[in-house]
Design a protein around this ligand. Structure first.
Ligand code: GLN
Length: 486
């Protein structure tokens, strides 16, 4: 039962092979038994899960089942869930119990899903290794001495370790795609605004986007269907029709135009990864796709632009954590200034403080034009590169990461080498475009991801491309060798 996808589990439930309650209990038991190895969960919501599972079984018995009724899911710990701690991986929110549900949580609840708990993440989603979490790093199920990626590292590890069939993540600069690649699962970062951000704790509001992390493209389609769509509670959420994502999964790829950006295949990337990506592209050619080289000349400016803009937005978003309204408060403050200073000193970790300082500096008078405005101009250039290329091709294919999962501690003391992890992912967030990571083979014993980049609101096509690839390859079905199968 642990190896089944959402789609397979849905079928098993409707055939009465087991109930949602049995499935939920079995997974909760498995998490309690095995998660000390992975540290992928911060909080288990056992009581709520059992209630949801019973309710799901009842509505199935009454003939009201949706395709997601009774299926287990875990949420990255930045989605607010009423009555459950929502920590954002930070000491600052270690004691924060949300009084309301994020829209995404509400929608999956409405669809009948069962929430098993909240997954580990880099503090305030800042990081690429899950090592900045206040709760300690999550570990990669393919090799527990290595990182699962970040910031949605707990979600990726939990899905890869078969502790839950699917999870939610958020992607500000790569945080769904990069951990999906490093843990050998399927991750989708939709177009900016496709899914409501209401109740998702903000990092950089003009970049943040939620999305599904699953074992197959078909499952990602199933989840996106329930997650996507306009929301009166989030004015940046797109008013754009939501297509039937599963209806187009089996469309033929004959004539598909694939672009390979030459800047993404340059030196500096593990040659094994480039080789796996080329092999994947060759699979698509066999299915009738046409390949051509394209150029995204401003790619190398992505990292410097992102690391001005995202910290600038973060410094503003994180000013609300002041010890007054909610979250951590220092003991016995002398006066208001002391309250602010010590609360933030104690509540935030090193990486979060670094970002707040960089962002505040970039926004300060005298530096605004030199840094923030320039970075915004570069953001536009990067977006125009993509818009131009996507007039000639249907999809861009590229690596997700420059290297496979790296050892814990390797990049932690060197922020710039950690920031380089996002070199292939964050340009999409600058442009607001959708992207996917799907497993396409191995470098040694570690999974490699293939990145698919599409046009605005073209998630259906990305899912179609990914699903067709998963019909002719089985990389997405590989499981870590040492995984407990019972
Ligand atoms: N690694 C990037 C950062 O640290 C992206 C994180 C994310 O997408 N949330 O900002």
């Amino acid at each position: 039962m642990f190896n089944l996808t959402l789609s397979e589990l849905s079928q098993a439930l409707s055939q009465g092979q087991f109930s949602s309650l049995e499935l939920t209990q079995a997974l909760l038991e498995r998490i309690k038994r095995l998660d000390s190895q992975y540290n992928s969960f911060i909080t288990l919501s056992e009581e709520q899960a059992l209630l949801q599972a019973k309710a799901a079984d009842a509505s199935r018995a009454a003939g009201h089942a949706t395709p997601l009724t009774g299926l287990p899911v875990a949420h990255k710990d930045l989605f607010c869930i009423q009555g459950i701690r929502t920590s954002c991986g930070s000491r600052m929110l270690d004691n924060f119990v949300s009084p309301y549900n994020a829209t995404l949580v509400e929608r999956l609840n409405q669809a009948g899903m069962v929430t098993l708990g909240k997954t580990n993440m880099d503090e305030f989603a800042m990081g690429s290794s899950n090592e900045s979490s206040y709760y300690g790093p999550a570990r990669n199920p393919w090799d527990a001495q290595r990182v699962p990626g970040g910031s949605s590292g707990g979600s990726a590890a939990a899905v890869a370790a078969r502790l839950v069939p699917a999870a939610t993540g958020s992607d500000t600069g790569g945080s769904i795609r990069q951990p999906a690649a490093l843990c050998g699962i399927t991750g989708l970062k939709p177009t900016y605004g496709r899914i409501s951000r209401y109740g998702m704790i903000a990092y950089a509001s003009s970049f943040d986007q939620a999305g599904p992390m699953t074992r197959s493209a078909e499952d990602a389609a199933l989840l996106l269907q329930a997650m996507a769509g306009e929301d009166p509670l989030d004015s940046t959420c797109a008013v754009h029709p939501v297509p039937d994502y599963r209806a187009s999964l089996n469309n033929s790829l004959s004539g598909l135009r694939i672009g390979l950006p030459k800047e993404y295949f340059a030196e500096g990337t593990d040659p094994e990864i480039l080789q796996r990506v080329r092999e994947a592209v060759a699979e698509f050619e066999k299915m009738g796709a046409q390949v051509k080289e394209v150029s995204l000349p401003n790619t190398q400016l992505s990292i410097p632009a992102y690391y001005i803009l995202a910290p600038a937005e973060a410094s503003s978003n994180l000013s609300r954590f002041d010890g007054v309204r909610y979250g951590h408060r220092c003991a016995a403050p002398k006066d208001l200034e002391d309250l602010y200073k010590r609360t933030r000193e104690e509540g935030f970790g090193t990486e979060v403080k670094r970002r707040i300082m960089v962002g505040t500096y970039a926004l300060s008078e005298g530096f605004y034009d030199a840094y923030y405005r320039k970075a915004q101009q570069i953001r536009r250039l990067i977006q125009q590169d993509f818009v131009r290329v996507l007039q000639d091709v249907d999809v861009i294919m590229a690596p997700v990461t420059p290297c496979a999962a790296f050892p814990l501690g390797e990049k932690n003391s060197d922020p710039v080498s950690m920031y380089m992890e996002d070199v292939f992912t964050l340009s999409l967030n600058l442009a607001g475009l959708p992207g996917m990571s799907i497993p396409c083979g191995f470098s040694g014993h570690l999974p490699v991801g293939l990145q698919l980049i599409g046009n605005y609101f073209d998630e259906a096509r990305l899912l179609n491309i990914a699903h067709q690839y998963q019909q002719v390859t089985d990389w997405h079905q590989h499981t870590p060798a040492n995984l407990s199968e019972d």
